[in-house]
Design a protein around this ligand. Structure first.
Ligand SMILES: [Zn+2]
Length: 116
């Protein structure tokens, strides 16, 4: 998934949530993405801003939280969080660990602008 697809997914989710909450203006969108996704966050912001024009999310800020990637050690079985793809096991030093997940995309929350 690239930034364009991600932005349109987020926008669809925001639009849906805004409709359900009768919100007419969104000021901030809080997202969490898995650390395994390679994203250009500035590009994502720019694409989101242009895609959001004319929607409830026009002018909204994207606040993106990158989740740590979980690793699993095949040698000793420990699970741990890491920020990099290649990361040795902290317990036994085994350099061959596998990543678990890391491709999450969650719409955490959104801030609604009060309309008078
Ligand atoms: Zn280990």
């Amino acid at each position: 998934m690239d930034e364009h697809e991600l932005a349109s997914q987020v926008l669809a989710a925001v639009d849906d949530a805004a409709y359900r909450n009768s919100a007419t203006r969104i000021s901030t969108v809080h997202l969490a993405v898995g650390g395994r996704r390679v994203l250009d966050l500035d590009l994502l912001q720019a694409i989101f801003a242009s895609a959001a024009r004319g929607t409830v999310a026009e002018g909204a800020q994207l606040s993106v939280k990158v989740l740590p990637v979980r690793h699993h050690c095949r040698n000793c079985g420990v699970n741990f969080a890491a920020t990099r793809a290649e990361c040795p096991c902290p317990e036994c030093g085994n350099p061959r660990t596998e990543m678990i997940g890391g491709e999450e995309l969650q719409l955490l929350d959104m801030e609604v602008e009060d309309v008078a």
